[in-house]
Design a protein around this ligand. Structure first.
Ligand code: ADP
Ligand code: MG
Ligand code: ZN
Length: 608
């Protein structure tokens, strides 16, 4: 934002300079009078070349008609001038030279050009400056006004029926809906209604959707504004907007105000990266002040959404403000199915399609991902000239959403294809042979996104708890690709990089976070600050000694080594199957569960 400011500020200064230069360049300077000595000036009057004299300070200007002909220095008062001219034999007034001595008698055209025009230009420039500064080119000088959008026809048409799989959240906000529907009822009973409700959850889980649906259910106006919009370039604009937004809302009660991405303004004051941001602070203060200013009869509910509740300023969360928190998490199988159904409504699904299968295959998908999936499937079906969407399109769309579009065009040499086939077969076969690994659902060597090939597993259920054996098997499966390359070709490629990264991360977590190392015991090591919902670590604070650090490294190493040995053992013992699988993959490129089961026939999972 800041650099942007400077950028455009500089630009406008430049523009201004150019404009001023232009003004002066085009000033009329053609009629500049000729400077002469006062004696000459007198002579010209006598010769009749001057018929009008005007005094302007210490200068006499001699004109003939409109034309300014001569100018001369003259030091003396106005009264003296008449005497001075008479003394030189020049009659003033009728028949002689006319005289005017008002200092104000200027050339008004000049004055206009010199004074008014630059001011006008400056004004114009400022006008354009603010216009573009505002971003929205249509609202010049309106930048204190909130950009709260009064949802199209005022009241959203979205209802709870459009929000699937978040039954608990819906139940929790039911009270808010009831209140907005008939606030009088609540007032009569003296009930206290939560003023501020904070929706917390990962991106795409339907927070915005739910807020809209609440307004829709209650049939009240919906004012929405996004925290990121408040981060403006002029200090004070954000606060002004908040004021305006609340003004507007208070005139249309009962209603719902929704502040999306509140973390953009509501982060810890004075903390935050990049130091305090005055603008944010003022905006946040204004929100708090407005919320405090509500009296019990103000029928406005303020909702906000964030995926970073950890960084919010505590002042926002105090009683009377956003004291009610509703968590919207990623949907589980049931939720996913429900969301898929909502989005499949009105789309021509083939009769045999069971959305439960897709729901099962999409752990970790958010509502937005699922909406996207259905959309992609519809597009695929259209592209394939189908009349309906079959399971095939849905499956392909799932792959697409997970791994990006297929890249059939990527040219890979047959050698590379072989290596990728062995690599993926390694994953699949290891998974098949380990009892605690998720079943293999699909193996492919068709490149997708950044991945050369990939193996997809189909968990029998969503996991919330993981056992150590499950982790160990997962590590082995991850390393299966690497191991297979080594077994088949005697050396490894860069293709396993991502697998190795994942393995190392997981093994480290087992030791330092889940207490799964016997040697180091049930404790955690290091205090981490994580972006809670994004699963990204910001920093780690060490709370253990150098010696322990070494032990951790050793344990991580051991865990990984053990997993690797497991994978290698399985693949060596079943080398014939590995070969067969890789061959099939090279011919068919993609193998699905039935084909895989056929190849795997006779193999029974074994405990490691
Ligand atoms: P968030 O605000 O949590 O980031 P959104 O409300 O913007 O998520 O969701 C984006 C889109 O994803 C919605 O417009 C909707 O199409 C879809 N979606 C998300 N969650 C759900 C849900 N629970 N039910 C139906 N659709 C959903
Ligand atoms: Mg949103
Ligand atoms: Zn791999």
């Amino acid at each position: 934002m800041k650099s942007n400011w400077r950028h455009s500020g500089f630009f406008y200064l430049l523009l201004l300079a150019v404009a001023v230069a232009l003004v002066f360049a085009f000033l009329p300077h053609g009629s500049k009078p000729q400077e002469v000595a006062i004696t000459e000036f007198i002579t010209y009057i006598k010769q009749g070349e001057i018929d009008h004299v005007s005094q302007n300070g210490n200068t006499l200007l001699g004109l003939y008609g409109e034309e300014k002909k001569y100018s001369a220095d003259y030091y003396g008062s106005t009264n003296d001038l008449v005497d001075f001219l008479s003394a030189n034999g020049i009659s003033v007034g009728e028949g002689g030279v006319s005289l005017d001595v008002e200092a104000g008698n200027r050339d008004w055209g000049m004055v206009a050009l010199q004074v008014v025009l630059p001011i006008m230009l400056l004004g114009l420039l400022f006008y354009f400056f603010f216009r573009s500064a505002r971003g929205a080119g249509t609202q010049a000088f309106n930048f204190g006004k909130s950009r709260a959008r009064l949802s199209s026809d005022n009241k959203p048409s979205i209802t709870f029926a459009d929000v699937a799989g978040t039954d608990e959240a819906k139940e929790e906000v039911q009270e808010v809906v009831e209140f907005l529907k008939s606030p009088q009822k609540f007032h009569a009973l003296g009930g206290r209604i939560p003023r501020g409700v904070l929706l917390v959850g990962p991106p795409g889980t339907g927070k915005t959707l739910l807020a809209k649906a609440i307004a829709g259910e209650a049939n009240v106006p919906f004012y929405s504004i996004s925290g990121s919009e408040f981060v403006e370039m002029f200090v004070g604009v954000g606060a002004a907007r908040v004021r305006d937004l609340f003004e507007q809302a208070k005139r249309n009660t009962p209603c719902l105000i929704f502040v999306d991405e509140i973390d953009a303004v509501g982060r810890h004051r004075g903390a935050g990266l990049g130091g305090g941001h005055d603008e944010r602070e003022q905006t946040l203060n204004q929100i708090l002040a407005e919320m405090d200013g509500f009296d019990t009869n103000t029928n406005v509910i303020v909702m906000a959404a964030t995926n970073r509740p950890d960084i919010l300023d505590p002042a926002l969360l105090r009683p009377g403000r956003f004291d009610r928190h509703i968590v919207i998490d990623l949907p589980d199988i049931k939720g996913r199915k429900a969301i898929l159904e909502v989005h499949a409504k009105g789309k021509p699904l083939a009769k045999e399609v069971n959305l439960e299968i897709i729901a099962k295959e999409t752990p970790g998908f958010s509502g937005a991902d699922l909406a996207n999936l259905i959309n992609e499937a519809a597009i695929l079906a259209a592209r394939r000239n189908r009349k309906d969407i079959t399971l095939k399109e849905l499956e392909d769309a799932t792959d697409r959403v997970i791994a990006g579009p297929e890249r059939k065009s990527r040219v890979i040499s047959s050698k590379e294809k072989e290596i990728i086939a062995y690599h993926e077969s390694g994953h699949a076969l290891t998974a098949r042979m380990l009892p605690n690994a998720d079943p293999v659902h699909k193996v492919t060597i068709v490149a997708r996104g950044m991945a050369g090939g990939w193996t997809r597993f189909l968990p029998t259920e969503d996991h919330y708890l993981w056992t150590k054996s499950q982790f160990n098997d997962r590590l082995a499966v991850s390393l299966g690709g690497h191991a297979a390359e080594e077994i088949a070709f005697g050396e490894v490629t860069t293709g396993a990089q991502n697998d190795l990264e994942q393995t190392t991360k997981l093994a480290r977590k087992m030791v330092t976070e889940y207490g799964m190392s016997k040697k180091l015991g049930p404790r955690t090591f290091g205090q981490k600050q994580e972006l809670v919902f994004l699963g990204r670590e910001i920093s780690e604070q060490r709370d253990y000694s150098e010696k322990v650090a070494q032990e951790i490294d050793e344990e991580v190493h051991n865990i990984i080594q053990r997993a690797y040995n497991t994978a290698k053992k399985i693949l060596t013992e079943n080398k014939a199957k590995l070969k067969q699988l890789a061959k099939e993959l090279i011919t068919h490129e993609t193998l699905e569960e039935p084909e895989l089961n056929k190849i795997f026939e006779g193999l029974t999972p074994q405990a490691d």
